[in-house]
Design a protein around this ligand. Structure first.
Ligand code: ADE
Length: 195
């Protein structure tokens, strides 16, 4: 599976995703993570990607043009319109079912917003808006990492034991039982007899 992340901070997502299980899965060739720096697509000679909002208000808004052109470069590269999600606190709350669904895709584009958001006209690129919870982060990058993590662990071969992703907390919506490992006694607390 190929993830294409449209971002102003490629370093942030690259560093966050190149360790542990995801890093190993990338090393094994089970998935690709491509970052596309939206700033590379601005036509502004000062490399500006944001501007003041029409109608006033605090903060800056990301302009539609660099986002649109960055997205189009991805679409052109893969030869079709890829499924695209925009990470925003106003989006649909991310659910395990969505992770399962996205794991079936060959390509997924994740658009990360910054500042006070993106120009409404760039929304038209997204098939869906996603929020990872009812709180506001500084940007969509962390949210995109959360979504990618949840999708990647659904991919075949990513978790060492094929069964472990199926058996986990969210399978069939049931929460898993508590887990213990050795020693049997720790600080006066014991592993339940039944184990
Ligand atoms: N960007 C800022 N906050 C966010 C959130 N809670 N979910 C997704 N994207 C965001």
């Amino acid at each position: 599976m190929n993830f294409h992340i449209l971002t102003l901070f490629p370093d942030m997502v690259e560093r966050g995703l190149n360790t542990s299980i995801i890093g190993r899965a990338v090393g094994k060739g089970l998935l690709n993570i491509e970052t596309i720096n939206i700033r590379d697509y601005t036509l502004d000679r000062h490399k500006k990607v944001d501007d003041y909002p029409y109608g006033g208000g605090a903060g800056m808004v990301m302009q539609a043009q660099p986002i649109y052109d960055a997205w189009q470069a991805v679409a052109q590269k893969i030869g079709r319109k890829p499924r695209t999600v925009y990470l925003t606190p106003q989006g649909n709350t991310f659910q395990q079912e969505m992770a399962k669904d996205y794991a079936k895709e060959e390509d997924l584009v994740l658009l990360c917003g910054h500042y006070e958001g993106i120009d409404e006209r760039a929304y038209t690129l997204a098939d869906k808006t996603i929020s990872i919870g009812d709180y506001v982060l500084t940007s969509g990058e962390l949210a995109s990492m959360v979504v990618i993590d949840a999708v990647v662990r659904r991919l075949d071969g990513v978790l060492g034991d094929e069964g472990s992703s199926v058996d986990e907390s969210f399978y069939d919506g049931l929460l898993e039982y508590p887990q213990y490992t050795r020693p049997a006694q720790y600080r006066g607390m014991s592993v339940p007899d039944v184990l």
